[in-house]
Design a protein around this ligand. Structure first.
Ligand code: URA
Length: 278
C-alpha cells in the first residue's frame, strides 16, 4: 500500500476550524491563546522575602482588557457624532467609524451592523444586538430569528412599514446580552435614528431591548404586550413603545408564539388607528 501523505498544515488548520465552527465556536476573542486550565490553577503566595517575583510553575495571566473604557467620554463622542448626521446614510457612516463601543474591539464583531427597512417607516423595530449572521452580512435580523421576525411582520402586514435596528451595533462575543454600558454608548446613535426616521411607534424586541429603552427592571414576560411611553435622553422625543418576545426565544419556545402574535396585532391596530388630536 502506498504511504499516505501527511495532510498539509493548512488542511489541518482548516479542518480544526471547521470542527470548532460546528461546535459553535465561531469567534476569536483574544489575539493570543489563553490557557484557562493553567489560569484557573491555585497560585500559592510567594514565600516570605521573595514578594513580587513571579512563580516559576504558573504562567502569568494577561488581563482580558487593560483598564476600564471611559464610558462617559464614549457617550459624549457618540452624541457629538450622531448630532452631525443629517441623514441615515451619514449616521451609518458615523457609526461605522466610531471606536468608542467596547464591542467593536472584542473580536466577535467584524463590522458595524446598523439598520434595514424603510427610512420613512411608521414603525421602528429595535432588537438586542447583531448575531453571527448579521455580523457576516452587515444587516440586522437576517439569521434564523430574523427570518421568523420577517414572517411575523409580513403576516401582520407590517413588512413595508418597518425600520429595523438594534440597541448595539456590533456583535457581542458568544451572542451574550449587551451590557448596559455598551447600550448606553450606542444610545445616542439609536436616538438619532429615531429622530431621523420619525416613526409613530416602537416595537421593542426582547428583554434586553425593552429594559434598556424603557429603563425598567422587570423581565420581558411581564413587560410584553403593555404600552409604555419611550422618551429620548433630552426629553425632546416621546413615542409609544410596545415590548414583545424575541424571535430567538420563540424558536426555542414555539408555544409562546401566540403571545408575540397578539402583541403584533395590538401594534398593527394602533398603527392604523386614526390619530385624534386631544
Ligand atoms: N437578534 C437581535 O436582537 N438582533 C439581530 O439583529 C439579530 C438577532
Amino acid at each position: 500500500m502506498p504511504p499516505v501523505a501527511d495532510p498539509s498544515p493548512r488542511l489541518l488548520a482548516e479542518s480544526l476550524l471547521a470542527f470548532w465552527a460546528e461546535a459553535g465556536v465561531d469567534a476569536m476573542l483574544l489575539d493570543e491563546p489563553l490557557d484557562r486550565i493553567e489560569a484557573g490553577k491555585f497560585v500559592p503566595p510567594p514565600p516570605p522575602g521573595r514578594a513580587g517575583q513571579p512563580s516559576a510553575s504558573v504562567s502569568p495571566i494577561r488581563p482580558a482588557a487593560a483598564g476600564q473604557p471611559d464610558v462617559s467620554a464614549a457617550i459624549a463622542e457618540a452624541q457629538a457624532l450622531a448630532a452631525q448626521a443629517k441623514t441615515l446614510e451619514e449616521l451609518a457612516e458615523r457609526i461605522a467609524g466610531f471606536e468608542g463601543c467596547a464591542l467593536r474591539h472584542e473580536g466577535a464583531a467584524t463590522r458595524a451592523v446598523f439598520a434595514r427597512g424603510r427610512p420613512d417607516a411608521p414603525l421602528m423595530v429595535i432588537g438586542e444586538g447583531p448575531g453571527a449572521d448579521e455580523d457576516r452580512q452587515g444587516e440586522p435580523f437576517v439569521g434564523r430569528a430574523g427570518q421568523l421576525l420577517d414572517r411575523m411582520l409580513a403576516a401582520a402586514g407590517l413588512t413595508e412599514r418597518a425600520f429595523i435596528t438594534n440597541t448595539v451595533f456590533w456583535r457581542p462575543p458568544g451572542n451574550r446580552t449587551p451590557t448596559p454600558a455598551e447600550q448606553a454608548v450606542c444610545a445616542p446613535f439609536l436616538e438619532r435614528a429615531i429622530a431621523l426616521v420619525e416613526p409613530k411607534m416602537l416595537l421593542l424586541v426582547g428583554g434586553a431591548s425593552a429594559k434598556a429603552m424603557l429603563k425598567r427592571e422587570e423581565g420581558i414576560l411581564s413587560l410584553r404586550g403593555r404600552w409604555f411611553e419611550w422618551r429620548s435622553a433630552d426629553g425632546a422625543l416621546e413615542l409609544p413603545a410596545l415590548p414583545t418576545l424575541h424571535p430567538a426565544f420563540l424558536l426555542r419556545q414555539p408555544a409562546a408564539k401566540k403571545r408575540a402574535w397578539a402583541d403584533l396585532l395590538t401594534l398593527a391596530e394602533r398603527l392604523d388607528r386614526p390619530h385624534r388630536p386631544e
